[in-house]
Design a protein around this ligand. Structure first.
Ligand code: 4G4
Length: 250
């Protein structure tokens, strides 16, 4: 898969490629990253890419022309000329979730468009943008950090990037549950002990406990996720056990 990022701050975005899981995936060529600066496509003095908003008001707006040229260049350089998906990250977009991330990972060429100032000319959104997505209900100074989040989340879903064991639980998160709690040594910290089942060596019991915790935590913290998801008979029973254990421990 190839991901192009259109950004006024390519050096900021390149940091995502230098560390950890994403860094390794780039080295192994599971994914490639292109950084395109719309300033390089400006015909104006000082390579300007912004102008004042029609209708007045504060701030500046990114102009259509340099962004359109940058997108066209990205399309032309698409590996194997596959269909390109152009994604604009903005607070006005649809809320991103793991399902949307998975879907991005299925496209061979993704272009992430990063806004600065007050955003981009709406006609670019109409003419060139396929999808508009948001990380959540908060405002960033630019789309770059959002693009880095999206790149990281996509790369984790690509085949061969995570080991089998890690990707197994990611799959169950994709079924709509929060993660279970994790523990490592030492066994006791300030009188807080590791749940005994985790040191029992009984792997079936451990799996059962983890699913129970995941269901319980999701029910308590994100009831919306439980509503969206049909619980199986066994899951319903585990959730009831969790709640019973909870009320007996207070
Ligand atoms: C588009 C319009 C994404 C993009 C305006 C981007 C938050 C998110 C930007 C802006 C972003 C998000 C500069 C306000 C860039 N902020 N929630 N900022 N602004 O995904």
């Amino acid at each position: 898969m190839h991901i192009d990022v259109i950004t006024l701050f390519p050096e900021l975005v390149s940091a995502v490629s230098e560390y950890g899981v994403v860094g390794r995936a780039l080295q192994r060529q599971t994914v490639s990253l292109g950084l395109i600066n719309p300033r390089d496509y400006s015909d104006l003095p000082h390579d300007r890419v912004d102008d004042r908003p029609y209708g007045g008001g504060p701030g500046m707006v990114m102009q259509y022309a340099p962004l359109h040229a940058a997108i066209e260049d990205a399309r032309a350089s698409s590996p194997g000329k596959q269909a390109t998906k152009v994604v604009y990250l903005s607070p006005q977009g649809e809320r991103l979730d793991q399902t949307a991330i998975r879907e991005f990972g299925r496209s061979a060429h993704l272009v992430l468009l990063c806004g600065r100032y007050e955003g981009i000319d709406e006609r670019l959104v109409q003419a060139d943008v396929d999808e508009e997505w948001s990380l959540g209900d908060y405002v960033l100074s630019g789309g770059e950090l959002a693009a880095m989040v999206v790149i990281d989340a996509i790369v984790r879903t690509l085949p061969g990037v995570l080991g089998d064991e890690q990707s197994a639980w990611q799959d169950s998160f994709e079924q709509g549950l929060l993660d279970y709690p994790h523990y490592t040594r030492p066994e006791s910290i300030q009188g807080l002990d590791v749940p005994p089942v985790l040191i029992s060596g009984d792997h079936a019991e451990i799996e059962r406990w983890r699913l129970k915790q995941a269901l319980g935590r999701t029910y308590l913290r994100r009831p919306d996720l439980i509503e969206k998801r049909q619980l199986s008979e066994q899951e319903q029973q585990l959730l009831e056990e969790f709640l019973a254990e909870q009320s007996s421990s207070i």
